[in-house]
Design a protein around this ligand. Structure first.
Ligand code: HEM
Length: 197
């Protein structure tokens, strides 16, 4: 059976390749590194879908709505958006949880921890700002984007007026996250590898 003929097969193949490579390279198993890998890969999934929404889906739905003779955006709203939102909101949770686990595992022995990071204590200022930005973005996903998107794509019943205002709130929250992701990623990479400026 061709593993590339299904999404699950492709995911499993990628993981098998990663494990094989990790075993072939020097160094033993390290849970902290596994958690960091999970953090990065779920973060890529989350922010990748955020960028997809902002630079592809939202402009495409606007164009479909304006194109009076065209097929409209119903297919995207029905088949694409629910799947994208499923991966989007749960990869956001996994990113945040694996980030917090990393803080507790890697920083705690040196006297750091989630509170020290969030209070921007010395040595944790850069990652502290990054963690705050990431947690604000997580809040936006679950409190502003997802409940309003449920009305927009018809998972929850809403009048046309309610849908219109839900669309505005969801779009503004999504754009806010798009903006915040830029400094957030600088802080994520900057804690160990230095800021770019
Ligand atoms: C939601 C809250 C988040 C928390 C609490 C968090 C926490 C952390 C921590 C503690 C580190 C390790 C920093 C170090 O010591 O080098 C880190 C690194 C990193 N994070 Fe996050 N993070 C969050 C969100 C994100 C998101 C959304 C992304 C998106 C891709 C992301 C991507 C990264 C990357 C690429 C690194 C660098 C790993 C490395 O240099 O080895 N993080 N994060």
């Amino acid at each position: 059976m061709n593993p590339l003929s299904s999404v699950n097969g492709a995911i499993v193949t990628g993981i098998v390749l990663m494990v094989a490579l990790a075993l072939a390279l020097p160094g033993g198993f390290d849970f902290g590194n596994l958690d960091r890998w999970l953090h990065i890969i779920s973060g890529v999934m989350w922010i990748g879908l955020l960028y997809y929404f902002n630079v592809v889906q939202i402009p495409a739905l606007a164009a479909a709505g304006a194109d009076k003779g065209g097929p409209g955006g119903t297919g995207i709203a029905k088949y694409v958006a629910p799947r994208a939102l499923l991966w989007f909101r749960w990869s956001a949770v996994i990113t945040a949880v694996s980030g917090i686990i990393f803080i507790e595992m890697a920083y705690r022995p040196a006297g750091g921890g989630l509170m020290q990071v969030l209070m921007l204590r010395e040595g944790y200022t850069i990652i502290g700002i990054g963690a705050w930005l990431g947690l604000i973005m997580l809040f936006n996903v679950w409190v502003l984007i997802w409940p309003n998107q449920k009305k927009v794509i018809g998972i929850v019943q809403a009048t046309d007026a309610q849908k219109a205002s839900a669309r505005v709130v969801a779009t503004m929250a999504s754009r806010t996250n798009f903006v915040l992701s830029v400094p957030m990623l600088m802080c994520m990479g900057g804690q160990s590898h230095g800021l770019p400026f």
